[in-house]
Design a protein around this ligand. Sequence first.
Ligand code: MIC
Ligand code: SF4
Length: 759
Amino acid sequence: MTFDLEMLRQHYAQWTQRCDDVRQSCNRPLTLTEKILLTHLWSDSNASPAQLRRGVDYVDFAPDRVAMQDATAQMALLQFMQAGRPSVAVPSTVHCDHLIQAKAGAATDLREAVDKNKEVFDFLSSVSDKYGIGFWKPGAGIIHQVILENYAFPGGLMIGTDSHTPNAGGLGMIAIGVGGADACDVMAGLAWELKMPRIIGVHLRGKLSGWASAKDVILKVAGILTVKGGTDAILEYFGDGAQSLSATGKSTICNMGAEIGATTSIFGYDHRMAEYLRGTGRKDVATMTDAIASHLTGDPEVYANPTAYFDQVIEINLDELEPHINGPFTPDLAWPLSQFAQAVREHGWPAQLDVGLIGSCTNSSYEDISRSASIAAQAASKKLKAQSEFTITPGSEMVRYTVERDGLLKHFDAIGGVVLANACGPCIGQWARHSDDPQRKNSIITSFNRNFAKRNDGNPNTHAFVASPEIVTALAIAGDLTFNPMTDSLINTEGFEVTLDEPQGLAFPPKGFEVADSGYQAPAIDGASVKVHVHPDSDRLQLLDPFAAWEGTDLTGMPLLIKAQGKCTTDHISMAGPWLKYRGHLDNISNNMLIGAVNAYTGQTNSVRNQLTGAYGAVPEVQRAYKAAGLGSVVVGDENYGEGSSREHAAMEPRHLGVRVILVRSFARIHETNLKKQGMLALTFANKADYDLIQENDRMDVLGLNEFRPGQALRMRLTHEDGSAKELQLNHSYNEAQIAWFRAGGALNIIRAQAAGHS
Ligand code: MIC
Ligand code: SF4
């Protein structure tokens, strides 16, 4: 799909030499991560590869591509429209996948989504047309699978406005999730900045067998590193076990690396990647990569002595890896299958399984579907039916068309499975789930990435667990969370006891992939005359007004808006599901700001004390009252604040409603950058215990802003209701450029001013 082979030829022609230059400058063997990052340094940057400090220095890079999905592209492109460029500076694509609601099945759901979201899809299609962006229509598939099939290439650097962009690491590409403002910069021809990541080596030895699959590798890694263990790090997988995994299996692992906060994950080039490139119609790319294969992976000395080159090394033996089930409510609560049934009983989680869901961007390949279909087929022949509701989401139209042609979908149908549109659907709360009683505690199991409370169906009583598609299929057939397909039997419709054999599958369709209409729309050759319409009365789309610049003084007298307790993900800050429809309308979507965060003083959600009246009200409402009174405010949060999605709405909403400071124990990477980009103050407690000092009716001053400098702490004066005061030290990670964003009121104001200067 208009993949620029010539660009790739040039890229590879210089690749070996560039790697040699970097190796010489560093004077040591290189990891793959270093090869890719350091050969993509921005041309004007005078960073010396040898001196870059991992986990410390911000570095400017030049990505090869930008990918955007419909829910985040709206804001990214609304910002890009202000950058004053006639077209995008690097190849870019938009993918319509998040706005399709799952309800009755693929065909009706897609028709309904196209109808309901017409205004937004028309907007995205016309902006893409105008600015030279490839457009993948609704139904074409989920962004990450479509990128893997068409655009990912070994040794490339890509950014994408979705946290699961790292999926392309399965084809040896460094692919990083970012907010829309970062994408806007790169499309506008500017450098892209990233803190030089630490590098964690994951040594995989052995080979998967039986019920274990690639998903279990990342479920186990999530258990080891937890949801914040990968922050500011890239995971580089290597070893014979890595090479034994199919390219889509590798992608599954990289994809879900987002759940440990990793900047991204990557595998070195090998024959399984070549196989995937050839199998998806990219023989030319495979021939080019084969020619420089040894340079598209880490140096052998690194893998022979990993502790000398990686910041941390994790060892996993695939021969011994058990299937895992993670959850509920967090993706890092990892249970080996053999211990899961007991955990269910001990914790009193509902053992009855209501729904099993397979697919999503993580697990929607031909291999995943064929392995799951093999279980469904056996079940049918052994006279079993799925006891739970069971849904299947193919990752792309190419996968769907091919699995249907090969007769795999009928196996799901035979046991009661329902095929949904090639889209995110239930994974992002786009799920019209029919439940008999929403008050009832219930369990679902998915092969998706995330299982935060309320994510899939908006119901806090739903216990969501994450497992491989094979395990999900087996458990949906059993209708019971405590079923272990490796050891337990089931009673079939004729009353006989039967067991399930191990899944069997193929990485590639024996007759090759096929698709009738991939759903791609190329942009206009000259977009100058293309008109982009945003109706002034629209409740879905709103042009952006610039945020105000910093007033030049310390910020004083700010009330506390909310002190959030415990997990506060981007889903808690800016919920998806029903709110996805306002992703292009900042004022409307701001009405969901922090409505999922737990108030540390009351344990309730969406209820905070309005310091002006003393009454409790909804968070957005109270904040709007502060804004009307001309008062900035402060949000206080716990560890890993902003975990999860790349959605910059979680940063833009507080900015729009007048919150000035987000003060937390620690941040997730993408969210921290998003806050900085929008001109917010993203600060951390120098002393984490100071979180406990913040009282409900405090007023707060942030002091030292006139001397705001990299590496120099700021101060906060807390004034309690009784008039007593305390001073705290606040840390930050702003560099000079980011401080300039704060002063200008947001990075976009700087680009806007530059664009105006050029015109
Ligand atoms: C997700 O999986 O949480 C999403 C929905 O894909 C998000 C993007 C979004 O919020 O639009 C992500 O992962 O970045
Ligand atoms: Fe879509 Fe879910 Fe993947 Fe996010 S994790 S891109 S919502 S399928």
